[in-house]
Design a binder for this molecule. Structure first.
Ligand SMILES: NC(=O)c1ccc[n+]([C@@H]2O[C@H](COP(=O)([O-])OP(=O)(O)OC[C@H]3O[C@@H](n4cnc5c(N)ncnc54)[C@H](O)[C@@H]3O)[C@@H](O)[C@H]2O)c1
Length: 322
């Protein structure tokens, strides 16, 4: 079981990867339509210092937004801010420290943001790590579950009142959760969310992304039921050439470089669906959906299971101390 528990999630993940690459071979990247100016509006982009997060932060600033890049590497964050400032005359961009692998840091970040008195119109939960060696967050949770999912779960909860106050019924605030096609190959193990019985770096990553998709649906459902002017969507960016792949095992890394050059999307292309979810006029008031290459797509069957969503929600509240 130990060996199979490691092998099966890996096989499932690579099969999903092959399917995505075949799609990318035969389909162009979605072209972002013209997006409306956003002067005076405020966004937070987690992990906005590099990769797709950087591209999202850059484009949002260019559209006139006040963007807060939230990240755990101050030097990288400040460099990104300087670079964006040098490229755009619109908007405003700044860096605020956030370590999603520490619930204390998430609470501190939310407090510091709220103390600015700024509204919040767009929250892009983008930061993530993939296939890391087995390790724990500061709070003792499996790192990928704790950082990719639970950190964002808590962050969203803490910022929800600001998002609700900042939205209007004809101009919703938007939450964009960066998920992944790997969720199609995932199992949500509610009895062992921390993968303690058997750790697979592939399985834990996929599970963290499935949890984010399920959280998006449950959250959007609650927001709609409460008639709050906030929508939430899950975005799948495809396979994108970024630093995320640095933990692939050695043979996969040797293959990954040339394949990435040929078939992966660029970070700017990968960011386009997240930008679309965050700002497109035709998505006003639309949420609870899974967006891939600029279109709605079906996520995995498990992700729509409302009983499972509710159980995950309850456990996550307890784990995050909500
Ligand atoms: N690259 C892909 O092919 C791909 C595919 C599907 C989904 N995604 C998802 O897209 C998102 C962005 O990834 P990317 O490809 O741009 O990778 P990336 O490695 O370039 O960016 C990840 C970002 O997360 C930040 N981050 C890491 N640990 C953090 C922490 N503890 N606290 C705060 N921030 C932290 C990093 O600093 C970085 O800015 C991730 O959630 C990833 O899972 C990527």
């Amino acid at each position: 079981m130990g060996f199979l528990g490691v092998l099966l999630p890996m096989i499932r993940l690579y099969l999903v990867g092959v399917r995505v690459l075949l799609y990318q071979l035969f389909n162009r990247s979605f072209t972002l339509p013209a997006l409306p100016k956003q002067n005076g509006r405020v966004a937070i982009v987690t992990g906005g210092a590099r990769g797709m997060g950087y591209e999202v932060a850059r484009r949002l600033t260019d559209l006139g937004m006040h963007v807060i890049i939230a990240g755990n590497v101050e030097e990288e964050g400040l460099e990104a801010v300087t670079k964006i400032r040098g490229q755009t005359k619109e908007g405003k961009v700044e860096f605020l420290f956030l370590d999603l692998s520490s619930l204390h840091s998430v609470r501190q970040f939310a407090q510091r943001f709220k103390a600015t008195g700024l509204p919040l119109h767009v929250l892009v939960n983008n930061a993530g790590v993939m296939m890391v060696p087995e390790s724990q967050t500061e709070d003792g949770y499996e790192l990928q579950f704790g950082l990719n999912f639970l950190g964002h779960f808590l962050l969203t909860h803490l910022l929800l009142d600001t998002l609700k106050r900042s939205g209007h019924h004809d101009n919703h605030s938007r939450i964009v959760n960066m998920t992944s096609a790997t969720h199609y190959g995932a199992c949500l193990n509610l009895d062992d969310l921390q993968s303690r019985s058997c750790y697979s770096s592939h399985g834990a990553y996929a599970q963290s992304k499935l949890a984010l998709v399920m959280f998006t649906y449950a959250l959007h459902e609650q927001l709609s039921a409460g008639v709050f002017p906030v929508s939430a969507s899950a975005v799948d960016p495809g396979m994108v050439d970024t630093d995320l792949y640095q933990n692939l095992c050695s043979p996969a890394q040797v293959l990954q470089r040339p394949v990435a050059k040929l078939l992966f999307r660029t970070p700017a292309e990968g960011a386009s669906t997240a930008l679309y979810a965050a700002l497109a006029t035709e998505l006003e008031g639309v949420g609870g959906c899974y967006l891939y290459n600029g279109r709605r797509a079906a996520s995995s069957e498990t992700s729509y299971d409302q009983e499972l969503q509710a159980q995950l929600w309850r456990q996550s509240c307890s784990l995050a101390g909500i």
